[in-house]
Design a protein around this ligand. Structure first.
Ligand code: C2E
Ligand code: MG
Ligand code: MG
Length: 584
């Protein structure tokens, strides 16, 4: 009889040892005093060095807030228990194991805590399934991802707006868009694109969890939906302020940005997220969604792979852009855009004198009311609204036709090089190479005289862009790296880019004669370029002193106001004729 309590105690220990629940006892600093085999099995993949000594250390990258939580309720009297969720989907290497843990922490005494860990992956999925059942209506479900669709989003949002003044619920809307999804579809085909969309949906579902809902009621709603194409919407009910929504956005971004492995491909996508946290005026569902998408567009414009919180100045900017977009469309139709040419001159002694060796085509828009609008203000808009293809073709076709006219008029004295800028969105277009080829054929432009200019960040971008550039080169066209020095690639990467010419950015050239630092950078660029058989152009040469330096540093060509501002087609012809007359 006297052995009974001892036996019972041992049986309990045996039970705790074998039970399929992960149990740990830790002190206030997270040091693990005891853990059962299930806990070891769950936590081991998360401990990179294989050491399970301190729970806070093991979970630090995933739940940095854990020590704070524990300290928060350590002084409280009596037993306190709190449950929370920890997303481990990106840390644990196993693909089929738990993605989400639930952690319940119970205070035994101020220095001892019992922690129960369980796999909550299924719970999160069930929550989404429950939501889906509620929405169980084909008209509200997207057939590709099995997520709620646009109508479901609008209805749910409207319901929340209508209810919210009464119980003062707060919520946030996240508008998510893949930065270059069209490029993925163009390069890998629509089936792979669809597969990625389904994977995005799955990752979004998993990244939603009730632990995000600070101070919210239990029946708070979270919804991840496919809005259209590559646009997804997440509604977070019970979100108290923009900062917590931003935290969720950051987590979603990191969940979505790990590579998508499909067949033998490993595809990397970046995403932009716009967040709107409605103020007291609430507006209606469509306005909220529009605001969130405006914020998303701002995030994308800032380079993508980030989130932006909506503010009213963004709406004003969007309206201005919208107006400009309509006018630009009209300008393209009415042909009120035109092209100017800035001479590019040879600097090397062996070329003799200072003949024009080429021209860079620069697009111009003379607005009937606003006057001349600089390309930097409308190229971006043209890219966003899908007009860049038409705009780029217009510039290329006009420039090639004008170049051929000069060739006819000037014969052997005609310029031998025509530079035309290519924008980011043009390079993403799978039809680009074929259209360039058609324009060369229809205008009679010799491909060897055409130089297409791309910016540094673009050329370094990815395999698809690199292949596109090689396809262009295969037509016999020259490529130039524009604005060199302003992007993120360095001289050491130059050899990897398929370019023939490096254009040294104006920000270096304008300091060439006054800053030894800039002079050295130009000198190094020229040397490295020459060692790779690339030629160099100094951009934005404005003074004879700058010209003297770049000539001394062996730069091949110069371009800038010192030689000439951009000129109309006939003015350019006159400029060359004047030069020839002076040289004679
Ligand atoms: P970019 O290709 O680097 O063109 C050179 C820019 O520098 C032009 O500005 C030119 O007018 C300006 N510039 C030239 N010499 C000097 C100088 O001595 N001093 C100063 N301060 N500026 C000088 P622009 O025409 O305003 O064009 C700006 C940018 O817009 C271009 O930079 C190019 O990236 C883009 N762009 C222009 N036309 C087109 C086009 O047809 N298609 C595309 N995709 N982009 C274009
Ligand atoms: Mg250029
Ligand atoms: Mg430039």
């Amino acid at each position: 009889m006297s052995n009974q309590p001892q036996e019972a105690y041992e049986a309990l220990l045996e039970f705790l040892y074998r039970v399929p629940v992960a149990l740990l006892q830790v002190n206030g600093e997270g040091v693990i005093d005891m853990l059962n085999p299930m806990a070891a099995q769950l936590l081991m993949p998360l401990a990179p060095d294989g050491r399970l000594e301190n729970l806070f250390t093991v979970l630090a990258p995933l739940a940095p807030w854990l020590p704070g939580k524990v300290h928060e309720f350590a002084p409280a009297s009596g037993v306190v228990c709190e449950s929370m969720r920890i997303d481990i989907s990106h840390a644990a290497q196993q693909r089929h194991g738990p993605q989400l843990l639930s952690a319940s922490i119970m205070k035994l005494d101020p220095q001892r805590f019992m922690v129960v860990l369980a796999d909550a992956t299924r719970d999160a999925e069930r929550e989404q399934q429950t939501l889906m059942r509620e929405l169980n209506d084909a008209a509200r479900i997207d057939s590709l991802t099995r997520m709620p669709n646009r109508s479901a989003v609008r209805e749910t949002l409207q319901r929340m707006i209508d209810q919210s003044p009464a119980d003062n619920r707060e919520f946030a809307v996240l508008f998510i868009n893949c930065d270059r999804f069209k490029q993925v579809n163009d390069s890998y085909g629509n089936a792979v694109g669809d597969h990625i969309l389904r994977m995005i949906a799955e990752r979004l579902r998993l990244s939603l969890r009730r632990a995000d809902l600070v101070g919210s009621s239990q029946n708070a709603l979270q919804m991840a939906a496919r809005f259209s194409g590559d646009e997804f919407v997440v509604i977070l009910d019970g979100m108290l302020h923009g900062e917590s929504a931003s935290n969720v956005a950051r987590r979603i971004l990191s969940a979505l940005e790990s590579p998508y492995r499909i067949d033998s491909h490993e595809i990397v996508c970046s995403f932009s997220i716009g967040i709107v946290v409605p103020d007291a005026s609430r507006a209606d569902a469509d306005v909220l969604l529009q605001d969130a998408s405006i914020a998303m567009a701002e995030a994308k414009r800032a380079g993508g792979a980030r989130h932006a919180l909506f503010n009213s100045a963004m709406r004003e900017r969007a309206q201005k852009r919208g107006g400009m977009e309509a006018e630009l469309r009209q300008a393209l139709l009415n042909r009120t855009l035109h092209v100017e040419y800035q001479p590019i001159v040879g600097l090397r002694q062996d070329l003799g004198g200072m003949p024009a060796v080429g021209a860079e085509a620069l697009v111009r828009w003379r607005h009937p009311v606003k006057g001349g609008i600089p390309p930097m203000e409308f190229i971006g808009i043209a890219e966003e609204c899908g007009l860049i293809g038409a705009l780029g073709e217009f510039v290329l076709e006009t420039a090639c036709a004008d170049f051929m006219e000069w060739t006819q008029r000037l014969g052997a004295d005609a310029p031998t090089l025509l530079a035309v800028n290519l924008s980011r969105a043009q390079l993403a277009d799978a039809g680009l190479v074929q259209r360039v080829q058609q324009i060369l054929a229809s205008t009679g432009m010799p491909s060897a005289s055409l130089q297409l200019e791309v910016t540094e960040s673009l050329a370094a971008q990815d395999d698809v862009v690199q292949q596109r550039l090689r396809d262009l080169k295969a037509l016999g066209i020259k490529l130039a790296l524009d604005d060199f020095g302003t992007g993120y690639s360095s001289l050491s990467c130059l050899h990897m880019l398929p370019v023939d010419t490096v254009k040294i950015d104006r920000s270096f050239v304008c300091q060439a004669d006054i800053s030894p630092h800039h002079r050295v950078l130009i000198e190094a660029t020229v040397r490295v370029a020459h060692s790779l058989d690339m030629s160099t152009v100094a951009e934005g040469v404005e003074t004879p002193a700058q010209a003297a330096v770049i000539r001394e540093l062996q730069c091949d060509k110069g371009q800038g106001y010192l030689y000439s501002r951009p000129l109309g087609k006939l003015q350019f012809l006159a400029w060359i004729e004047e030069r020839l007359r002076l040289a004679a």
